[in-house]
Write a protein that binds this ligand. Structure first.
Ligand SMILES: CC(C)(COP(=O)(O)OP(=O)(O)OC[C@H]1O[C@@H](n2cnc3c(N)ncnc32)[C@H](O[C@H]2O[C@H](COP(=O)(O)OP(=O)(O)OP(=O)(O)O)[C@@H](O)[C@H]2O)[C@@H]1O)[C@@H](O)C(=O)NCCC(=O)NCCS
Ligand code: ADE
Length: 286
């Protein structure tokens, strides 16, 4: 089984490589333009309080955190150890951005994924495959994540999840990130394989994610109507041919304008896209 996962042409990654790939993946997401309602390198989307500089400062503040999480995962760290590293990283992010929440969801999601990558490296001594990552995440920290998801959150996304009965960041994690592994990673891999240039492949994957994710940022800002509006817009875009259509880019731009007019921002989908970019960067077999 082990040998089937080894790829002779690629060196075994280190925990440092796994962690650095998370920073690169967050940059993959940030540098994607256009993106509905989200901050890009050239516009603030639906945000008054943050721009690309805030995200770059946040990325610098977080860059040592992801390798630490991969290292902790490789040493079989308990959930409270991961949680403490995550809380410290979140504090560094807030200090770097003047209190603005740029990457709380990414600290949580990509942090856990790096820990799972570290665990697979230590246990299998191979380049992680997506299914192995998910299995390691659930086996090591699934029960703790489930317990964590039952706690009442005082944060905007957690409050929206409880109010509307949605699957927020905590619930997605407790289920082993189904939208990431069952929708985002296959969509991104398919889009690349279809020959779309990398930015369009990412945009296509973002719309696939938006179509199905219970994005609590949308629900927090605009209730269930806002969430359904975002999901419907993404579905219609994909049904009409998506990014491969000759008018794909101009249709995407029209959705961006609509999101800004409504002040919608799918931050959970953005994190899930970054996580899918990370999986493709580190995985032998996405
Ligand atoms: C478990 C925590 C992540 C807390 O989660 P909770 O849901 O209770 O609270 P929020 O912090 O509000 O939401 C979590 C963030 O997760 C992203 N997200 C939203 N929906 C989903 C979803 N369905 N699946 C996955 N991820 C989702 C989202 O993050 C992104 O958006 C943020 C920017 O949003 P923005 O609207 O600009 O700003 P806000 O401040 O939220 O509000 P307004 O400005 O609009 O008023 C940005 O963070 C993106 O990353 C949600 O924000 C958790 O914090 C936790 O337990 N942490 C522990 C420490 C840790 O990380 N440990 C690591 C390993 S255990
Ligand atoms: N580019 C982005 N803009 C706004 N919120 C986000 N959350 C994660 N990435 C984001």
């Amino acid at each position: 089984m082990k040998s089937a996962l080894l790829h002779p042409a690629r060196a075994l990654p280190s925990t440092g490589h796994i962690g650095r790939a998370a920073t690169l993946a967050l940059y993959d997401e940030l540098s994607l333009t256009p993106k509905p309602g989200l901050v890009t390198l050239v516009d603030r989307g639906s945000h008054d309080d943050m721009d690309a500089h805030s995200f770059m400062r946040s990325l610098f503040a977080l860059r040592s955190y992801f390798p630490k999480m991969a290292q902790a995962g490789s040493q079989g760290a308990s959930f409270p150890v991961l949680e403490r590293l995550g809380i410290e990283a979140e504090q560094r992010m807030l200090a770097a951005t003047g209190g603005i929440n740029t990457h709380r969801g990414a600290v949580f999601m990509l942090g856990l994924l790096c820990a799972a990558g570290g665990a697979v490296l230590a246990e299998q001594a191979c380049i992680p495959g997506a299914a192995w990552l998910r299995e390691a995440l659930c086996r090591h920290w699934g029960e703790a994540l489930h317990q964590r998801s039952l706690r009442a959150s005082a944060l905007p996304g957690g409050i929206a999840a409880r109010r509307h009965g949605l699957r927020g960041a905590s619930q997605e994690a407790a289920l082993g990130f189904p939208v990431l592994f069952e929708t985002a990673v296959p969509a991104l891999a398919r889009a690349h394989a279809s020959g779309l240039p990398a930015p369009l492949a990412r945009l296509e994957a973002l719309f696939h994610i938006m179509a199905v994710l219970d994005d609590c940022n949308l629900a927090h800002r605009a209730g269930m109507q806002g969430l359904r509006h975002g999901q419907d817009a993404a579905r219609r875009f994909l049904q009409a041919g998506g990014c491969a259509h000759p008018e794909g880019l101009s249709r995407a731009q029209a959705i961006c304008d609509d999101f800004v007019a409504r002040r919608l921002s799918p931050g959970g989908a953005a994190d899930t896209l970054a996580a899918a970019c990370w999986v493709l960067r580190v995985c032998e077999r996405p």
